[in-house]
Design a protein around this ligand. Structure first.
Ligand code: HEC
Length: 134
Protein backbone atom coordinates (compact mmCIF):
# COMPACT_ATOMS: atom_id res chain seq x y z
CA UNK A 1 0.00 0.00 0.00
CA UNK A 2 2.53 2.73 0.89
CA UNK A 3 4.18 2.35 -2.53
CA UNK A 4 0.94 3.46 -4.18
CA UNK A 5 1.05 6.71 -2.28
CA UNK A 6 4.69 7.50 -2.89
CA UNK A 7 4.16 9.79 -5.88
CA UNK A 8 1.34 11.80 -4.34
CA UNK A 9 1.52 15.08 -2.48
CA UNK A 10 1.61 14.63 1.31
CA UNK A 11 -1.88 16.11 1.71
CA UNK A 12 -3.28 13.60 -0.76
CA UNK A 13 -1.58 10.72 0.97
CA UNK A 14 -2.86 11.92 4.31
CA UNK A 15 -6.40 12.23 3.01
CA UNK A 16 -6.35 8.75 1.55
CA UNK A 17 -4.89 7.34 4.74
CA UNK A 18 -7.31 9.24 6.94
CA UNK A 19 -10.28 8.06 4.91
CA UNK A 20 -9.12 4.45 5.00
CA UNK A 21 -8.65 4.56 8.73
CA UNK A 22 -11.93 6.38 9.29
CA UNK A 23 -10.25 9.24 11.13
CA UNK A 24 -11.86 12.04 9.17
CA UNK A 25 -14.73 12.46 6.79
CA UNK A 26 -15.28 14.97 4.02
CA UNK A 27 -16.19 17.60 6.62
CA UNK A 28 -12.56 17.86 7.74
CA UNK A 29 -11.51 20.83 5.65
CA UNK A 30 -7.80 20.61 6.35
CA UNK A 31 -7.66 17.20 4.70
CA UNK A 32 -9.31 18.28 1.45
CA UNK A 33 -7.11 18.12 -1.59
CA UNK A 34 -6.72 21.53 -3.20
CA UNK A 35 -6.68 22.10 -6.94
CA UNK A 36 -4.39 24.98 -7.93
CA UNK A 37 -6.11 25.55 -11.27
CA UNK A 38 -9.48 26.01 -9.61
CA UNK A 39 -7.74 28.05 -6.94
CA UNK A 40 -6.47 30.43 -9.60
CA UNK A 41 -10.08 31.23 -10.52
CA UNK A 42 -11.09 31.62 -6.89
CA UNK A 43 -8.13 33.95 -6.37
CA UNK A 44 -9.93 36.53 -8.55
CA UNK A 45 -12.11 37.21 -5.50
CA UNK A 46 -8.96 38.01 -3.51
CA UNK A 47 -7.82 40.41 -6.23
CA UNK A 48 -10.30 43.02 -5.04
CA UNK A 49 -7.65 43.62 -2.38
CA UNK A 50 -4.56 41.49 -3.12
CA UNK A 51 -2.11 40.70 -5.90
CA UNK A 52 0.79 38.28 -5.89
CA UNK A 53 3.49 40.90 -6.36
CA UNK A 54 2.20 44.28 -5.18
CA UNK A 55 0.73 45.58 -1.98
CA UNK A 56 -2.78 46.93 -2.45
CA UNK A 57 -5.60 47.09 0.09
CA UNK A 58 -4.03 43.89 1.42
CA UNK A 59 -0.39 42.74 1.43
CA UNK A 60 1.19 41.02 -1.57
CA UNK A 61 1.02 37.23 -1.51
CA UNK A 62 4.26 36.04 -3.09
CA UNK A 63 5.90 33.70 -0.60
CA UNK A 64 2.97 33.80 1.83
CA UNK A 65 2.82 30.04 2.47
CA UNK A 66 5.25 29.40 5.31
CA UNK A 67 5.78 33.11 6.00
CA UNK A 68 5.22 34.82 9.35
CA UNK A 69 2.00 36.86 9.45
CA UNK A 70 2.49 40.59 9.14
CA UNK A 71 5.98 40.36 7.68
CA UNK A 72 5.80 42.17 4.32
CA UNK A 73 8.08 45.11 5.19
CA UNK A 74 6.37 47.91 3.26
CA UNK A 75 2.76 47.05 4.09
CA UNK A 76 0.91 48.75 6.98
CA UNK A 77 -0.70 45.84 8.85
CA UNK A 78 -3.13 46.11 11.72
CA UNK A 79 -1.20 45.83 15.01
CA UNK A 80 -3.33 42.75 15.81
CA UNK A 81 -2.16 40.78 12.77
CA UNK A 82 1.41 42.03 12.98
CA UNK A 83 1.77 40.83 16.56
CA UNK A 84 -0.23 37.61 16.13
CA UNK A 85 2.82 35.34 15.83
CA UNK A 86 0.99 33.23 13.22
CA UNK A 87 3.00 31.28 10.64
CA UNK A 88 1.02 30.82 7.43
CA UNK A 89 0.94 27.05 7.25
CA UNK A 90 -1.82 25.51 5.14
CA UNK A 91 -3.78 24.81 8.31
CA UNK A 92 -3.42 28.41 9.50
CA UNK A 93 -4.47 29.74 6.08
CA UNK A 94 -7.50 27.46 6.14
CA UNK A 95 -8.62 28.86 9.51
CA UNK A 96 -7.86 32.42 8.39
CA UNK A 97 -9.87 32.22 5.17
CA UNK A 98 -12.80 30.67 6.99
CA UNK A 99 -13.05 33.68 9.31
CA UNK A 100 -10.11 36.10 9.66
CA UNK A 101 -11.78 38.11 12.41
CA UNK A 102 -12.44 35.04 14.55
CA UNK A 103 -8.79 34.00 14.22
CA UNK A 104 -7.31 37.48 14.73
CA UNK A 105 -9.83 39.84 16.37
CA UNK A 106 -9.17 43.35 15.12
CA UNK A 107 -7.72 42.37 11.74
CA UNK A 108 -8.66 44.54 8.80
CA UNK A 109 -9.34 41.69 6.41
CA UNK A 110 -13.11 41.56 5.96
CA UNK A 111 -13.60 38.59 3.67
CA UNK A 112 -14.56 34.97 4.26
CA UNK A 113 -14.42 31.90 2.08
CA UNK A 114 -17.08 29.59 3.46
CA UNK A 115 -16.63 26.62 1.11
CA UNK A 116 -13.91 24.28 2.47
CA UNK A 117 -13.07 23.06 -1.03
CA UNK A 118 -12.65 26.63 -2.26
CA UNK A 119 -10.27 27.29 0.64
CA UNK A 120 -8.24 24.18 -0.15
CA UNK A 121 -8.11 25.20 -3.82
CA UNK A 122 -6.97 28.77 -3.20
CA UNK A 123 -4.34 27.54 -0.72
CA UNK A 124 -3.07 25.12 -3.39
CA UNK A 125 -2.88 28.06 -5.78
CA UNK A 126 -0.94 30.14 -3.27
CA UNK A 127 1.45 27.23 -2.69
CA UNK A 128 2.06 26.61 -6.35
CA UNK A 129 2.18 30.12 -7.77
CA UNK A 130 3.28 32.26 -4.88
CA UNK A 131 5.89 30.26 -3.05
CA UNK A 132 8.98 31.66 -4.71
CA UNK A 133 10.43 34.84 -3.25
CA UNK A 134 11.13 37.55 -5.79
C1 HEC B 1 -11.88 43.21 1.03
C2 HEC B 1 -10.45 43.12 0.92
C3 HEC B 1 -9.81 41.74 1.00
C4 HEC B 1 -10.14 40.59 0.31
C5 HEC B 1 -11.25 40.41 -0.71
C6 HEC B 1 -9.18 39.60 0.72
N1 HEC B 1 -8.31 40.11 1.63
FE1 HEC B 1 -6.74 39.13 2.48
N2 HEC B 1 -6.24 40.81 3.53
C7 HEC B 1 -6.90 42.03 3.44
C8 HEC B 1 -6.30 42.97 4.36
C9 HEC B 1 -6.73 44.42 4.56
C10 HEC B 1 -5.25 42.28 5.00
C11 HEC B 1 -4.34 42.82 6.10
C12 HEC B 1 -5.08 42.58 7.43
C13 HEC B 1 -4.47 43.24 8.64
O1 HEC B 1 -3.43 43.94 8.53
O2 HEC B 1 -5.05 43.04 9.72
C14 HEC B 1 -5.25 40.93 4.46
C15 HEC B 1 -4.35 39.92 4.83
C16 HEC B 1 -4.30 38.67 4.28
C17 HEC B 1 -3.35 37.67 4.63
C18 HEC B 1 -2.21 37.81 5.63
C19 HEC B 1 -0.95 38.11 4.85
C20 HEC B 1 0.27 38.43 5.65
O3 HEC B 1 1.23 38.92 5.02
O4 HEC B 1 0.30 38.24 6.88
C21 HEC B 1 -3.61 36.57 3.86
C22 HEC B 1 -2.88 35.26 3.86
C23 HEC B 1 -4.74 36.91 3.03
N3 HEC B 1 -5.14 38.18 3.32
C24 HEC B 1 -5.29 36.05 2.10
C25 HEC B 1 -6.41 36.36 1.32
C26 HEC B 1 -6.96 35.48 0.33
C27 HEC B 1 -6.37 34.12 -0.06
C28 HEC B 1 -8.08 36.07 -0.15
C29 HEC B 1 -9.07 35.54 -1.18
C30 HEC B 1 -9.61 34.21 -0.89
C31 HEC B 1 -8.19 37.37 0.50
N4 HEC B 1 -7.16 37.49 1.38
C32 HEC B 1 -9.17 38.30 0.24
C33 HEC B 1 -7.97 42.32 2.63
C34 HEC B 1 -8.64 41.42 1.82
Amino acid sequence: MPAIHRGLAPATAFFALALTSGLVGPSSAAALEGNAERGKEIYHACEDCHTIDDNDVGPKHRGVVGRRAGSVPDYAYSPELKSSGIIWTEQALNRWLQNPQAMVPGTRMAFQLEDPQARADVIAFLKQYAKIEK
